[in-house]
Design a protein around this ligand. Structure first.
Ligand code: GLN
Length: 307
């Protein structure tokens, strides 16, 4: 293995001296990633190698002693070089999994996170309690990004209509592409604009869902380089205390002909009380539910208003 860079981290090379078995290539890539400060380097080295080979885990494990084909080696070298500079594995592979579904991702969109799956799950649960199993509802996903939330709900609830909003045209295009791949695009309306403003003058929505940018400006520096240097800042930063998007959305409700019956937000650590208070002040007093993620962090606030 040869690793070289010019010291400022802008040009790192990773070279495999063939012939090598798949296992040897993986070992060399793992140590390159670990040396570059990539957390869990072995895991990422395997994901990228399997991506290059197009193999599932079982095939990969049973073929570790085979020789790595030359074309695969070249592609793998380039991917490991990118990963060693901090670029997230999902951007390099161009895909991420959410709720068991495949989403294509690019640097235009936030990589969907596992905790957001819990938001989708909680919304589906609360909707069932409120409206019953077969209701045909309209839900809006504000700041849809990759389309993870909107597409998953459309996929899980074939009788629902969705509205997906984003201020970034690049994100909307990616979300639309994902909706088409999942065959749910016909039930999603796409709107470009600022938070819930594009919902003005349209058919009222029953449920408003959003995983807005909520990182306080001053925390950006301390984020992992994978996030800070590669994910879109529009999708991350939520003003000085991270709560701007929630305040603005609650304020914008006044412009809608009818307020959604339910609002459901993802938020950052330590923001649940304040977001719950904003939601309650906006009239969502029938029920406030706070959902914890798997690490025990209060991650989502769901509010329902009385009829
Ligand atoms: N709605 C998308 C997600 O949850 C994007 C969120 C964002 O960009 N802040 O993954």
């Amino acid at each position: 293995m040869i690793m070289s860079g010019n010291g400022d981290g802008t040009e790192r090379q990773f070279h495999l001296e063939l012939p090598l078995t798949i296992r040897e290539a993986w070992l060399q890539a793992s140590s390159c990633l670990c040396a570059s400060g990539v957390e869990d380097g072995q895991h990422h080295a395997e994901l990228l190698l399997r991506h290059v080979l197009g193999w599932g885990r079982a095939a990969y494990l049973s073929r570790l002693q085979e020789l790595l084909p030359e074309a695969a080696a070249a592609a793998y070298e380039a991917m490991i070089a990118r990963r060693s500079l901090g670029e997230p594995t999902q951007y390099i592979m161009g895909e991420a999994y959410f709720y068991g579904l495949r989403f294509e991702v690019s640097a235009d969109v936030l990589i969907p996170r596992p905790e957001t799956e819990l938001l989708v799950e909680a919304v589906l649960e609360e909707a069932k309690l409120l409206y019953g199993e077969r209701a045909s509802l309209t839900a809006a996903d504000i700041g849809t990004g990759s389309g993870a939330i909107a597409c998953t709900i459309a996929y899980e609830r074939p009788e629902w209509q969705l509205v997906a909003v984003d201020i970034s045209l690049g994100a909307l295009q990616m979300a639309q592409h994902n909706a088409a791949l999942l065959h749910v695009d016909e039930r999603i309306e796409w709107l470009e604009g600022d938070l819930i403003m594009p919902l003005q003058g349209r058919v009222p929505v029953d449920i408003l869902i959003s995983n807005p940018p909520y990182i306080p400006e001053s925390d950006m520096r301390e984020l992992q380089r994978e996030v800070r240097d590669f994910e879109p800042h529009t999708a991350l930063v939520g003003g000085a205390d991270g709560l701007d998007p929630y305040r603005r959305m609650m304020g914008m409700l006044a412009y809608l002909s009818e307020r959604p019956r339910m609002v459901a937000f993802e938020l950052g650590q330590g923001q649940a009380r304040e977001v719950a208070a904003l939601v309650e002040q906006a009239g969502y007093t029938e029920k406030i539910r706070i959902v914890q993620d798997l690490a025990g962090i209060e991650r989502h606030v769901i509010g329902i208003r009385p009829l």
